[in-house]
Design a protein. Structure first.
Lengths: 945, 195
C-alpha cells in the first residue's frame, strides 16, 4: 500500500514554495560557507604557524607517562575494567522509575531500566537517561550560602536550632515546610514527626505540573482522593481527552510499554482529542485537533451519547461511541491533568458505564504520602506569607519563586517571611531570595526511598559520595527535628527496620519486598456520582484565542534547564532546540499573519509575555500553546536567559487553559533553531505504511558476501515507535556524544547519532504525524566506504560499517556520500573545556572523539565486542538478545530490535521476514542492515474522512 | 657572453637527479629506524617506579604466579595492578623493616595509593582485552617478554599497530596449540581494537 497522501516534513515543503525549491538546490545551507577574507602578512604568518602546529609537529614531545593508582585495600566485587550495576530509582515529579545504574570504578556513567521494576520493565525515558549528566553538572550548587556568603552546615544548624527553639514555645506556629510531591515513606514519616513536634506548623506541597484536577474529580466522584491506575495493555479502545500519557503523565514509561505492546496483533485503537500535537496524538489512529477549552463540552457530549442522549449530529463522536460500546470492559477513557475536573468526571462516568473499572482502570489508594490539591496549598501559603504569619519557611527542593503562577506574586510575599531556607540542586531563583541556601544531593549521591505510580517501593542507594558536599532532604528534615548529625542511611534504614538480609535484598533488587507492596484496591462500584457534576457543563466558546500551557517536553518545568543533553534534544514534533516557542496552527498563523520566528505579545488577564511563534501543523486553530521551563534567570550557565517564562502569564485560577487572550504581532523576529529543516528528503519514499512489495532489492551481478557466523542487523518498528526521544539521549550517554549549542545546531552541526525524523501526511491543519528514527543503516554496500581516502571507515566481516577515529583525517567525503545523512563531524573539540568533573561521566569503553573526526552510530560496537569476548571465553556462540544496543535497551515501546540476521531463529531475522519490512532508499542498492517495519494503523472504518 | 655555469655543473646535476632516489630512500630509512628505536618507542627502557619492584626476584626467585598479583587478567580487559594489601600480605612479615619498602608501608598506614608508572601504555583509542588473549592461549611472555628475567620492568615490544597485526594475522603462530583460532579476516576488523 502506498501512502495515502503526500508526506512532508515542513510547511515550506508542503506549500512547495519557490523559496523551498531554491533551498533544495542550494548546495550548502545558509551560513555554511563564508567568502574568504583577504589576508595580511601577519595573519598569513599566524595561520601558517598554526597549520604547522596542527599538522602535529607540536605533538612530537614524548608522551607523558601515565600513572596506575591501585586501591590500598580493594573493595569487594570491584574488578577493574568491568562495570557494576546498582539498582535505584530515578525520581521524577515525586514518583520513582526503577533503574539500574552502570558504574565504572565508582563513577556512574549510564542509566538503564530495571527489568524487574513494574514501572520500568527495563526501559526508561529521556529524562532518566539525561539525569546522569546533571550529577556531574559543574553549575550545581556547591556550598551552603547564608546572606550571600559561604557558610557551613554547622553554622546553618546553629542558626536553625535558634529559630526552632523560639518556635517550640508557640508549638511551631509560623513554621512552614514547602515540598514537592512526596511519595517517600521516610520523608513522610519525618514530616509527620515534625508536625507532631510542632503541632501548629504546616506542610505545603507544590509542583507546577501536578494532578490537582484529577484529584479534585476523584474527591467529587469517590468521596476522597484516589489514584487512577491504567492498564493500557488490557484496553482495545482508548480515548484520550487531552492526555499525553506517553510522555508527560506520571508513569508514562509504564504506559508507553503497555500501550506499545498492543500496537501489534491484536492491535488496540487510540482516539486522541487535543489542541497541541503531542507524541500521544501522533500515535493515535484518529486524532482530532480541538481547542483545549472545547474538550469539556465534547467530553460531556461523548458521555451523553453513551448514555443514549445522542451526540448532537457529530459523526466523529457517533463512530467513537459505537466503537467504545463494542469494547465494554476493554476500553479506557482518560483525561489529561490540565483538563478541568469535569472532564475527569466525564471520563470516570464513561469508564464506569462501560464496565472498565477493575478491568482497564483501577482506583487505588494514592501513592502520595499526603495528597493535597497543590495549587490550593501554595495559595494558602502565599496568603499566610502576605499576612505575615509565616516566619520560618523551609523550602525542600523545588523552585517556587520561578514556578509559582504570576497572580500569586509569590516572590513579593516570600520576602515577608523572617527566615527563608532553601534546599536545592542549583542556586536558583528561590535560593537567591533565601537567607540560607543548602546544596542538595543528587539522587545518585544519596540514600532514599520512593514509590512508583503502581505503588512499588524502591530503596534508593547512592552510587557515589556527594561531589559537592550536598545534603539530602532527609538530613535537612532531620535537622528540623533536632537531629542534625544523623546520616541519610541511618534515617532511611530506621524507617524500614526489618532483617538485614531482607533489607539487602530489597536494596539489591530495587524493589522493597518486605513491605506490603500495595494495599488491595477497594471496590468503587457503588459510589454514586454527584448529579450535575458530570461533564462540567457547556463551556462558552469565544472567538478569541485560548492560551494552553504545557510542561516542556525536554526541560519539563525548568528543572532540567541546565541539562545540555535535554536542551539540545530536538523537542518531539517541533524539533526546536535550546528554546521554547509559542505554537499556533497554520490556519491561525495565516489569519494573524504570523510565520515561524515572528515574536508575538500574548496578553491575558492584564499580564503579557513575548514569545516566538512556531507554526505547528495539526495544532487546534485559535489556540496558542506555551511551554514552561524557560525564561529562567538563575538556572546555571546553560539554562539561564533562554526563551520566555510562561509562568509570568500563568494564573492560579487557570493554570493550564486560559481563554480570551490577545495575540499581537510585534514586527520583530527571534531566531529559532529546529532540526526539522535539516537533512530534508525531497519527497523520497522513506516512511511507509502497510505491506511492502519486495522488489526494492536491486539486482546485482556481484556474488553475495560469504555467509558469516554473525551478521548484525536492526529492525525498527514504525508502528510502535512513539517518538519519545529516549533512544537519542541513551545513545548520547552511551557513546560520549558531545553537545554543540544552539548556533552550531543552526548550522546543521548537531552531533546526536540518532535523530527522530517527523513526517506529516495529508492536510496541513489535520495531518497524520509519523516518526522515523534514523541512524547509521550499516549498508552492506556502504557509499561512505569507497570514498574514504584513508580507509577510516571500513566494513567488518560481520557487516558493521566501522568508523576508526584515529585514522580519520576529516575530509568529510563519507558524510557527503551518505544518502541517509547520519554521519556527524566534530567541527571543534566539543569536549574541550568540559572540565575534570564532567570527564567522570565518559563511558570508558568508547573513545572520546576530538576535533576533525567523523563519527556515527556504531551499533554500540563496544557492547558487541564485550559480548563476543564473553561468548568466546565460554566457548559458545553469542545468544540472541545478549547484545542490547543503548537505544534498544531504553526504548519503552520495544520498537528497536537488534541481533544476528544470519540466525533465522533470531528475533531480528523473524521481524525482517515480515511483509512490512523495508529498507530506506534500498533502491540505491545500499542494502541497509537497519530496516524498518512499515507503519500499520488500526483505523475505525466508520469514521468520517 | 661568458657561461654562467661551469662545465662540471652538468655532471653534478646528472648525479643529483640520479642520486635523489637514494637520498629520499635514505631519509625514509633513517626516519623508519628512528621511530622504531627505543628512543621513540621506549621499548626495553626501564621506568622509574616508587618502589624498585623486581619481577625477577618475585617470579623467578620465589616462584609467585603472575595471577597472584594480576588477579583480573583472566576476567577483565585490565590485568590489574595489585593493591597495597597484596604487597602487605607478605611484607608485613618479610622484610618488614626494609627502608626500601617504606613507601609500601606508608601507603598501607596512611591509606594512600601507591602511584606506579605505567609500563605498557596503549593509546586511548585502542581497546585491548587481556582476558580473551589469555583464554585463547596467548602466553604472557608473548607480549610482555621474559618478565621473570627483568630486575626492573620494561616494555618488551613497541606496541605498534604493525606489531599487534603481526599476531592477529598469524594467530596460529602465537596461540597455544589446541585453542580455537579465528581467521585473520575476523581478527583484523578495525572494530576488534578500535571503537
Amino acid at each position: 500500500m502506498k501512502p495515502t497522501g503526500k508526506v512532508w516534513r515542513t510547511l515550506d515543503e508542503y506549500s512547495n514554495s519557490a523559496e523551498f525549491q531554491k533551498s533544495l538546490h542550494d548546495e550548502f545551507p545558509p551560513h555554511a560557507t563564508k567568502p574568504p577574507e583577504p589576508l595580511d602578512r601577519r595573519e598569513f604568518l599566524a595561520l601558517i604557524s598554526a597549520s604547522l602546529a596542527v599538522a602535529g609537529l607540536t605533538s612530537c614531545a614524548p608522551a607523558i607517562p601515565e600513572k596506575i593508582i591501585p586501591y590500598v585495600r580493594p573493595p569487594e566485587e570491584v574488578v577493574p575494567g568491568k562495570p557494576l550495576f546498582f539498582a535505584t530509582a530515578f525520581p521524577f515529579g515525586g514518583y520513582g522509575l526503577g533503574v539500574l545504574v552502570e558504574s565504572h570504578m565508582g563513577r556512574p556513567t549510564k542509566i538503564e531500566g530495571n527489568p524487574d521494576h513494574p514501572a520500568s520493565r527495563g526501559s526508561t525515558d529521556a529524562f532518566a537517561q539525561a539525569s546522569v549528566l546533571s550529577l556531574y553538572d559543574q553549575d550545581r550548587s556547591k556550598v551552603i550560602i547564608s546572606g550571600g556568603r559561604i557558610s557551613t552546615w554547622d553554622g546553618f544548624i546553629t542558626a536553625l536550632a535558634t529559630e526552632l527553639e523560639t518556635k517550640r514555645l508557640n508549638k511551631g506556629a509560623g513554621l512552614r515546610i514547602l515540598t514537592e510531591t512526596i511519595t517517600s515513606p521516610t520523608l513522610a514519616s519525618l514530616l509527620g514527626r515534625i508536625l507532631q513536634q510542632f503541632p501548629a506548623a504546616q506542610w505545603h506541597q507544590y509542583e507546577p505540573v501536578n494532578s490537582d484536577n484529577a484529584r479534585r474529580a476523584s474527591r467529587m466522584a469517590l468521596g476522597r482522593y484516589m489514584d487512577a491506575l491504567y492498564h493500557f495493555d488490557k484496553a482495545d479502545v482508548i480515548l484520550s481527552l487531552d492526555a499525553d500519557f506517553l510522555l508527560s503523565m506520571p508513569g508514562h514509561v509504564r504506559a508507553a510499554r503497555e500501550f506499545a505492546s498492543r500496537r501489534r496483533n491484536p492491535m488496540n485503537r487510540l482516539y486522541v482529542l487535543e489542541s497541541t500535537p503531542s507524541i500521544t496524538g501522533a500515535s493515535a489512529d484518529h486524532r482530532r485537533p480541538v481547542r483545549s477549552s472545547e474538550i469539556p463540552s465534547i467530553a460531556s457530549r461523548i458521555a451523553g451519547a453513551l448514555g443514549g442522549k445522542g451526540s448532537g449530529g457529530d459523526a466523529w463522536i457517533d463512530a467513537l461511541v459505537r466503537d467504545l460500546q463494542s469494547a465494554r470492559g476493554k476500553s479506557l477513557v482518560l483525561a489529561g491533568p490540565q483538563q478541568p475536573a469535569g472532564v475527569h468526571l466525564a471520563a470516570h462516568t464513561i469508564n464506569m458505564s462501560l464496565g472498565n473499572v477493575g478491568q482497564t482502570i483501577e482506583y487505588v489508594e494514592p501513592v502520595e504520602a499526603n495528597p493535597v490539591e497543590q495549587m490550593e496549598s501554595l495559595k494558602q501559603l502565599t496568603r499566610d506569607m502576605q499576612q505575615g504569619t509565616v516566619d520560618l519557611l523551609v523550602v525542600v527542593g523545588g523552585n517556587p519563586v520561578y514556578t509559582a503562577p504570576a497572580d500569586l506574586e509569590f516572590a513579593k510575599h516570600f520576602s515577608n517571611v523572617k527566615t527563608r531556607v532553601h534546599l536545592s540542586l542549583y542556586e536558583d531563583e528561590t535560593s537567591d531570595l533565601c537567607h540560607w541556601h543548602v546544596p542538595e544531593t543528587h539522587y545518585l549521591e544519596s540514600w532514599g526511598d520512593i514509590r512508583s505510580v503502581d505503588g512499588t517501593i524502591t530503596i534508593m542507594q547512592p552510587l557515589i559520595n556527594p561531589l559537592y558536599a550536598g545534603k539530602s532532604a532527609y538530613e535537612l528534615l532531620s535537622a528540623v527535628l533536632g537531629q542534625p548529625t544523623r546520616t541519610t542511611y541511618e534515617i532511611v534504614r530506621e524507617t524500614w527496620g526489618g532483617e538485614e538480609g531482607e533489607w539487602r535484598k530489597s536494596v539489591h533488587d530495587g524493589i522493597a519486598t518486605f513491605s506490603p507492596n500495595f494495599p488491595h484496591p477497594p471496590s468503587f462500584a457503588g459510589v454514586p456520582l454527584p448529579e450535575g457534576e458530570v461533564g462540567g457543563g457547556e463551556v462558552q466558546i469565544s472567538d478569541s484565542i485560548e492560551v494552553v500551557i504545557r510542561a516542556d517536553p525536554t526541560v519539563y518545568d525548568g528543572r532540567f534547564a541546565n541539562n545540555a543533553w535535554l536542551q539540545e534534544l530536538p523537542k518531539p514534533i517541533t524539533k526546536v532546540v535550546w528554546d521554547n516557542v509559542a505554537l499556533v496552527s497554520p490556519e491561525t498563523a495565516q489569519r494573524l499573519d504570523l510565520s515561524d520566528e515572528d515574536v508575538v505579545e500574548i496578553q491575558h488577564d492584564g499580564r503579557a509575555i513575548r514569545a516566538p511563534v512556531w507554526v505547528s501543523p495539526g495544532h487546534a486553530k485559535d489556540s496558542i500553546t506555551l511551554f514552561l521551563g524557560y525564561g529562567r534567570t538563575r538556572a546555571g550557565s546553560l539554562g539561564s536567559n533562554r526563551g520566555y517564562n510562561a509562568n509570568s502569564i500563568r494564573t492560579s485560577a487557570a493554570p493550564w487553559i486560559a481563554q480570551n487572550a490577545l495575540v499581537r504581532k510585534m514586527g520583530v523576529r527571534y531566531a529559532l533553531v529546529s532540526t526539522q529543516k535539516h537533512f530534508l528528503m525531497e519527497n523520497r519514499d522513506l516512511v511507509r505504511r502497510g505491506p511492502q512489495d519486495r522488489a526494492d532489492n536491486a539486482l546485482t551481478l556481484y556474488p553475495e558476501f560469504p555467509p558469516e557466523e554473525y551478521a548484525w542487523g536492526m529492525s525498527i518498528d514504525l508502528s510502535t515507535c512513539i517518538g519519545c526521544n529516549a533512544c537519542v539521549i541513551a545513545c548520547q550517554a552511551e557513546n560520549n556524544i558531545p553537545v554543540v549549542g544552539k548556533t552550531e545546531v543552526g548550522r546543521s552541526r548537531e552531533m546526536q547519532w540518532i535523530r527522530i525524523d517527523t513526517y506529516y501526511e495529508g492536510d496541513a491543519n489535520r495531518p497524520e504525524i509519523l516518526f522515523q528514527p534514523m541512524l547509521c543503516q550499516h549498508c552492506e554496500n556502504a557509499p561512505c566506504e569507497p570514498v574514504c581516502p584513508v580507509a577510516a571507515t571500513t566494513h567488518s566481516n560481520e557487516g558493521l560499517n566501522e568508523m576508526t577515529y584515529n585514522r580519520c583525517v576529516g575530509t568529510r567525503y563519507c558524510s557527503n556520500n551518505c544518502p541517509y545523512k547520519v554521519r556527524r563531524f566534530n567541527f571543534f573539540d566539543w569536549h574541550d573545556g568540559e572540565g575534570a568533573v564532567m570527564s567522570l561521566l565518559y563511558n570508558p569503553d568508547v573513545t572520546v572523539r576530538s576535533r576533525g573526526v567523523m563519527e556515527k552510530c556504531t551499533y554500540c560496537v563496544q557492547r558487541i565486542s564485550n559480548a563476543r569476548i564473553e561468548a568466546k571465553k565460554q566457548d559458545r556462540p553469542i545468544r540472541d538478545g545478549e547484545i542490547v544496543t543503548a537505544c534498544q535497551g531504553t526504548c519503552p515501546a520495544n520498537a528497536i530490535v537488534f541481533g544476528n540476521i544470519a540466525d533465522p531463529e533470531s528475533r531480528v531475522a523473524k521481524l525482517k521476514a515480515e511483509p512490512r519490512n523495508y529498507g530506506v532508499l534500498a533502491e540505491l542498492n545500499t542494502r541497509p542492515r537497519t530496516t524498518y517495519l512499515a507503519k500499520v494503523m488500526n483505523p475505525n472504518l466508520e469514521m468520517p474522512r | 657572453m661568458a657561461q654562467i655555469f661551469h662545465r662540471s655543473t652538468n655532471t653534478l646535476s646528472r648525479l643529483s637527479i640520479f642520486g635523489a632516489v637514494f637520498i629520499v630512500a635514505a631519509l625514509v630509512t633513517v626516519v623508519g629506524v628512528f621511530i622504531r628505536s627505543p628512543y621513540v618507542t621506549e621499548a626495553r627502557v626501564v621506568r622509574e617506579q616508587p618502589v624498585p619492584f623486581s619481577h625477577k626476584h618475585h617470579v623467578a626467585g620465589i616462584g609467585i604466579d603472575c595471577r597472584y598479583c594480576h588477579t583480573s587478567v583472566e576476567d577483565s580487559s585490565f590485568a590489574g595492578i595489585p593493591p597495597t594489601k597484596t604487597c602487605m600480605n607478605c611484607h608485613s612479615q618479610v622484610w618488614s623493616d626494609s627502608p626500601m619498602l617504606e613507601p609500601v608501608r606508608a601507603s598501607f598506614r596512611e591509606d594512600r595509593s601507591l602511584e606506579w608508572t605505567r609500563v605498557n601504555d596503549l593509546p586511548d583509542f585502542v581497546y585491548f582485552d587481556h582476558s580473551i588473549h589469555v583464554h585463547r592461549g596467548v602466553q604472557c611472555t608473548t607480549c610482555h617478554g621474559r618478565v621473570e628475567e627483568m630486575p626492573m620492568t620494561w616494555r618488551e615490544n613497541t606496541l605498534f599497530m604493525e606489531w599487534c597485526l603481526d599476531c592477529h594475522r598469524h594467530a596460529d603462530q602465537y596461540q597455544t596449540p589446541g585453542r580455537r583460532i579465528d581467521s585473520p579476516m575476523k581478527l583484523t576488523n578495525c572494530s576488534v581494537c578500535h571503537r
